[in-house]
Write a protein that binds this ligand. Structure first.
Ligand SMILES: [Zn+2]
Length: 442
């Protein structure tokens, strides 16, 4: 009986403590003037489009224009070591306020925008108290953001949305992440009583062209764990990415003058066509899969009668399955060779990146604290898996475990891109809480 009472008391204590934390957590921002929307509106007007065809690093010099603005603003907020290196990376440190030795965490976002859509002359428009109707973009009334295509819009009624004007992308991917991190810095420097350990800031170039971490200096960064701010809907937390390989299949035929080719010519194009035709039609492709299903996807074909080369990307959350898919491809190649005597084949597999969960599972606190921080911000966490790679997946395997947190950026890489101001503010609250949790747990 006594034990039971003690148990009940400690349970009540926990409940009260939790409630106290929650009350404190909501109080913390009740009088805070968020700067995230104002920053975002400014940052998107600097063109930072990256270029996959460029061989320089960063792929476009103009990305540094925004990076320089960020360094200047960080310095103005008192971040003395904020700096831009020659490769276009911004590094900065928010010093610990307690001086206690705790793990150093890093928040990371990318300055570049997608090469898929115009990025120059972005005119951000604020739709205050959004009324829930389809949004016609004024500079090209043919561009309409419709809730039938973007169902998340229906949940944004009454919030303030930001869109582009119809002729460019918006750049919420990932300037929402940049603005969120900058506002977190602003919150901490204006609330010196709020306890946190050392926080590193990292702004990278060239994420959209897959080179975002090519020249990052992790030693200089000096962080133990990191989070990218580059996911979409409010509450989304991504601790998983695909594992990825590329496969190149080359068919070699035998060429001969077509007028005198009888019993001599062996056409690699016909063999390649038969091989592609033999791939599964009702599954295992991007157009037939979703959720946790993987796929094999031909992305490029190039050739002449004598020689055809085909590139595939192979994806799954389970790394072991990549091998299965590659074996299937190899079997289809062998079947094709039997039907086309004289054709020979070369089969090459290259590793691209791996599911970051393989790393994150070794440090469960990284995800646990993030989920707790989302809850402290009063948001329901939504665990999600990225059907692609992120800078975080590469950073994780380089020794810096790095999942991905929501910012509110939606419909990215196109003219229909939009972001909710309130989602960005919840993202700011989340990472402020996250830094505090790392300090609390030491
Ligand atoms: Zn992004």
């Amino acid at each position: 009986m006594k034990q039971c009472t003690a148990g009940a008391l400690s349970f009540l204590n926990v409940v009260f403590k939790k409630r106290e934390i929650l009350i404190k957590a909501t109080d913390m921002f009740s009088n805070y003037d968020f700067t995230v929307a104002e920053r975002f509106m400014r940052y998107v007007q600097t063109d930072t489009q990256s270029d996959p065809h460029s061989t320089s690093f960063p792929s476009t010099e103009k990305q540094k224009n925004l990076s320089r603005i960020l360094v200047k603003e960080l310095r103005e907020m008192g971040i003395a070591d904020a700096g831009l290196d020659e490769h276009g990376y911004v590094y900065a440190t928010l010093l610990s306020v307690t001086g206690r030795k705790t793990p150093v965490i890093c928040f990371c976002a990318h300055v570049d925008t997608s090469p898929d859509c115009a990025g120059e002359g972005v005119k951000p428009l604020m739709h205050v108290n959004y009324d829930g109707r389809d949004i016609v973009l004024p500079d090209d009334p043919g561009q309409v953001i419709r809730s039938t295509e973007h169902p998340y819009l229906l949940r944004k009624t009454g919030e303030d949305l930001i869109t582009a004007s119809g002729t460019t992308l918006l750049g919420a991917d990932d300037k929402a992440g940049i603005a969120v991190i900058m506002d977190m810095v602003h919150f901490f420097v204006t609330h010196p009583q709020v306890e946190h350990g050392a926080i590193k800031i990292l702004f990278t170039p060239d994420e959209e062209v897959g080179r975002g971490v090519d020249k990052v200096d992790l030693k200089k960064l000096g962080a133990d764990f990191a989070y990218t701010l580059d996911a979409g809907e409010r509450g989304v937390f991504e601790d998983e990415t695909f594992s990825a390989d590329s496969v190149t299949v080359t068919f070699n035929g035998i060429s001969a003058h077509p007028g005198y080719a009888k019993d001599k010519l062996v056409n690699a194009i016909k063999a390649a066509s038969a091989f592609i035709e033999s791939l599964p039609k009702h599954g295992l492709s991007p157009e037939t899969t979703e959720g946790r299903e993987g796929f094999v996807h031909p992305v490029h074909i190039n050739g002449i009668a004598e020689k055809v080369s085909m590139e595939f990307i192979v994806r799954d959350f389970n790394t072991a399955k990549l091998k299965e898919y590659e074996t299937l491809l190899q079997e289809k190649v062998n079947e094709t060779l039997q039907k086309f005597p004289g054709v020979t084949a070369v089969f090459e597999v290259k590793e691209q990146y791996r599911n970051m969960k393989e790393v994150l599972d070794k440090y469960p606190q990284v995800s646990r604290y993030a989920i707790e921080a989302i809850q402290r911000a009063g948001v329901q966490p939504v665990l999600s898996s990225a059907r692609g790679g992120t800078d975080g997946s590469r950073l994780s395997f380089m020794g810096l475990p790095c999942p991905n947190i929501f910012t509110g950026e939606m419909a990215f890489h196109g003219k229909h891109e939009y972001v909710s101001v309130q989602d960005m503010q919840k993202s700011v609250e989340t990472i402020v809480h996250l830094a505090m949790i790392w300090e609390e747990r030491g």
